[in-house]
Design a protein around this ligand. Structure first.
Ligand SMILES: [Fe+2]
Ligand SMILES: [Fe+2]
Length: 467
């Protein structure tokens, strides 16, 4: 049993929970085989497997067939503080159990987070067929097994703390499908197809980074099992974001190298900078929406109840106090033909606060990508679209804004949309570049080689052994 589900949550002492999880396991494996990575289930992949926080490292590295990956359940070490540190219950003891009055909200938070994990595996399931290198292929599968483990992490919370309706929710996690017309995943960005590797790198840069900020806010939670579960997940999430950031940096490097040499990237199967920019615009703006409405009564409830804090809520230099009462968040919006400032009571603006922290982080990523262009002495730069661009959710959703955030009418938007967001022709261009390269140490023509290997192995290591 303990071999089946490695854990540091004393599963051995909880036979009821063991039975529930063992009943869920075959359904999970059916899901994995049906909509997990297509075509590589029998191959040996050099993978990192989380094994918990003990005397040694938190993970081990070895060849594994993906269906044999040991999806475990882990909590981070106990937090330094043992009191609730924000909201209405500030100063009281952390909760080991779900308080009845916040059960519904906690379940919704856990289900919403949990649903994104299998969704991303479904979105990425065909990408193995076009990986630009063996290391990238391995990285994709690493992300896939870890997202599936994150589903385990949330299902553990549902099974151990929410009784029969938690078990129902856990089953439904395996029933919804990314992009399905009748039974889609909960959040919109997780229903968008990730059709090529440029989209994967953008997704892991921008959408996994939204995940990081959501996990960080849950890692502040008064509900201790949730806080410590999400804290552990963040260790794995860092790698996913690194795959995205270094992936785009490598695409930019290859394109810059060709531009510098006076070669049209497209002529050699590489990707023009403008197309990279459009992908950045598409995936960053879709990820802004994941934060939810800037003015949100749910957000206020979550903060007041101590369920979800701000980014680094513990940082007293960052926040004057942790009550967030009698303060407002100012948001500039364009309505009825003019700019107005909306004063949102701070607790209702928690999504906006989290999105601001995320935007700063994304800004730093863009700076690092632009250093590659500087290195090649090119004048062109990549930019992060305005927080107001292309929004479907929140206070900027009712009005069109251009890429810099200036209000524009529908006609102007329509006239420029093809300059800002990928067109069918752009998707086709990228698709044509997606020629798989599976020889150890070799890499596709549209991307520069990685700068280092994984798990201490060299670049030309055989990261995937095909059966
Ligand atoms: Fe995840
Ligand atoms: Fe992730």
């Amino acid at each position: 049993m303990l071999d089946t589900i490695p854990n540091n949550v004393n599963l051995a002492d909880n036979p009821k929970l063991q039975r529930a999880l063992l009943r869920w396991l075959p359904d999970f494996l059916d899901w994995w085989r049906e909509v997990g990575p297509e075509g590589y289930q029998e191959d040996r992949i050099y993978l990192r497997t989380a094994v918990g926080l003990g005397a040694g490292d938190w993970a081990v590295y070895d060849y594994v067939k993906m269906p044999d990956y040991r999806w475990g359940i882990f909590l981070a070490n106990p937090r330094k503080q043992d009191k609730i540190h924000f909201g209405d219950y500030i100063g009281r003891d952390l909760w080991d159990q779900v308080p009845g009055e916040h059960r519904k909200e906690l379940r919704r938070l856990i289900v919403t987070q949990g649903d994104t994990e299998p969704a991303s595996v479904e979105q990425q399931r065909l990408l193995g067929k076009t990986a630009p290198s063996l290391l990238d292929l391995r990285n994709l599968f690493q992300i896939n097994v870890e997202e599936a483990r994150h589903l385990w992490a949330m299902v553990y919370l549902l099974h151990s703390h929410f009784g029969a309706d938690g078990r129902d929710e856990a089953e439904e996690m395996l029933e919804r499908r990314s992009g399905h017309a009748d039974h889609p995943r909960i959040l919109q960005a997780f229903n968008k197809p990730i059709q090529d590797w440029l989209a994967l790198y953008c997704f892991t840069t921008f959408t996994d980074r939204d995940g990081k900020y959501q996990l960080c806010s849950l890692a502040e939670s008064a509900f201790d099992p949730l806080a410590r579960t999400t804290q552990f997940m963040l260790m794995e999430e860092a790698f996913h974001m690194a795959v995205g950031e270094t992936g785009i940096a490598r695409v930019v490097r290859r394109t810059a190298e060709l531009m510098k040499a006076g070669t049209d990237p497209q002529s050699v199967g590489a990707i023009p900078l403008q197309v990279i920019q459009k992908y950045v615009n598409e995936w960053s703006s879709a990820s802004y929406d994941l934060f939810g409405g800037e003015d949100s009564s749910n957000a206020a409830t979550y903060f007041a109840a101590g369920l979800k804090g701000r980014f680094n809520e513990n940082d007293d230099k960052r926040y004057g106090n942790h009550l967030a009462l009698d303060e407002a968040y100012s948001a500039k919006v364009f309505e009825n033909g003019g700019w107005t400032t909306r004063e949102i009571p701070l607790r209702r603006a928690m999504n906006a606060c989290l999105l601001d922290a995320y935007m700063d982080d994304c800004g730093r990523v863009l700076e690092r990508w632009n250093r590659v262009l500087e290195e090649y002495e090119l004048a062109a730069r990549l930019t992060l679209p305005s927080i107001r661009f292309n929004r479907k959710v929140g206070i900027f959703a009712d009005q069109h804004y251009d890429i810099q955030g200036n209000p524009i009418d529908q006609q102007t938007y329509d006239a420029h949309a093809a300059q800002w967001l990928p067109t069918t022709a752009d998707y086709e261009l990228v698709q044509r570049s997606m020629i798989p390269v599976y020889e150890p140490g070799k890499v596709a023509a549209w991307i520069a080689p990685p700068t280092r290997g994984f798990g201490g192995k060299p670049l030309d290591f055989e990261y995937v052994q095909f059966h």
